[in-house]
Design a protein around this ligand. Structure first.
Ligand code: PPS
Length: 357
């Protein structure tokens, strides 16, 4: 009898140990997996958690075909870890500079002003025969991360597929989405400032047009092309439309209105890159609560936490501040842009469960 009892206890003990080991390995993988690849520092760790507005792609409910895709081996295993892909005028230069100030992040082109961290490689320069040239743009070092910040990538519908071909499925993607109305205005003034009609190949931006004229012109160009795409002149057809029909309408920087149709661009990325590797951040959070937002991004990409004072230090400057007169922007232009973007914004805010950008 005593022997039977002790065997029963032994079995129970064994089961308990198996459950314990299984649970511990699961928890430790979740908690420490991405951090452990990078050295821990002696900085005072502060407890940050993702701000409530920041969304991981994996937390969203949407229809994705991503799981049905199997890729061949990536072209290189020396890819950058982090890609800030837009939006244009969303605060990407600042975020890239803040990440690059982390002691374990090697930024590139940090003294290139407004285009710090930009390579345009996956959009305008893509060439599968010149992968080594791309890799050489970065400083690869054991224990350090690297990354780029090219705002073209959000809008160019070919980039997710190219990124997978080049780097596989492990890159961390960050989207900073600024209210499309203010993005448009900031973009308009940037183009005026650099005073060019050929800002990008194929761009026909008119530097003598006012903001009001540019809004109507860009919107009409968009509508005309979308009508052609949908083979219809019903003005409201694309509000409830299949985003796939809108996703390749323009190349990057070809249409100021199109750049702000985040619903289309976000859906394209979510359905063609692993959603768990995508972080969607409202630019408003970066602008108003910079330290906590940058800390959330660092946590997502797997950089170790820094002390509050260090974080305050590295986020002190605003990069790429537009030198235009904000007080000259007419209320009617803001209203018009809000009205035009409303249907698309509603779809996006619903998807992201956001109240604002
Ligand atoms: N921390 C912080 N707080 C408030 N505002 C900020 C911050 N960082 C960047 N910005 C604003 O972001 C705009 C520049 O965005 P980008 O760097 O993405 O522009 S670009 O596409 O790379 O040219 C630009 O907006 P505008 O000034 O309206 O043009 C910057 O002022």
């Amino acid at each position: 009898m005593r022997l039977w009892l002790s065997r029963r206890w032994k079995i129970l003990l064994l089961i308990f140990m198996i459950i314990f080991l299984f649970t511990w390995s699961f928890i430790s993988k979740k908690l420490f997996h991405h951090v452990s690849k990078y050295p821990q520092t002696s900085y005072t760790a502060t407890k940050w958690s993702l701000k409530t507005e920041i969304r991981r792609g994996s937390d969203l409910h949407y229809h994705s075909q991503f799981h049905s895709i199997t890729d061949p081996k990536p072209l290189t295993n020396l890819c950058p870890h982090v890609f800030i892909i837009g939006s244009r005028k969303g605060g990407t230069t600042s975020l890239y500079q803040y990440l690059s100030a982390h002691p374990h992040f090697n930024g590139i082109r940090l003294d290139w002003g407004p285009v710090a961290g930009e390579t345009w490689w996956l959009s305008q320069e893509y060439d599968e025969n010149k992968v080594s040239e791309y890799i050489q743009l970065f400083h690869h070092e054991e224990g350090f991360m690297t990354g780029e910040a090219t705002v073209d990538y959000l809008v160019n519908c070919k980039v997710p597929r190219r990124l997978r071909t080049l780097c596989g499925l492990h890159a961390k993607i960050i989207m900073l989405l600024r209210d499309p109305t203010h993005r448009f205005i900031s973009d308009y003034y940037m183009r005026l400032h650099i005073n060019t009609k050929r800002y990008y190949p194929g761009s026909d931006f008119n530097t003598s047009a006012s903001l009001s004229e540019t809004i109507e012109r860009e919107y009409n160009k968009f509508i005309t092309r979308a009508h052609r795409q949908f083979n219809s002149t019903n003005k409201h057809i694309f509000f409830a439309a299949d985003w796939k029909k809108l996703k390749c309408l323009f190349r990057e920087a070809q249409n100021l209105f199109y750049e702000g149709l985040y619903y289309v661009h976000v859906q394209n990325w979510l359905s063609s890159y692993p959603p768990q590797n995508i972080l969607i951040v409202p630019s408003g959070a970066l602008f108003s609560d910079t330290v906590a937002t940058v800390a959330g991004v660092m946590e997502f990409v797997g950089l170790e936490k820094l002390s509050v004072s260090k974080m305050e230090d590295i986020t002190r400057s605003i990069y790429n501040y537009g030198s235009y007169d904000r007080s000259s922007i007419k209320e009617k232009d803001i209203k018009r842009l809000n009205e035009l973007y409303r249907p698309f914004n509603q779809q996006l805010l619903h998807l992201l469960k956001w109240e604002k950008f």
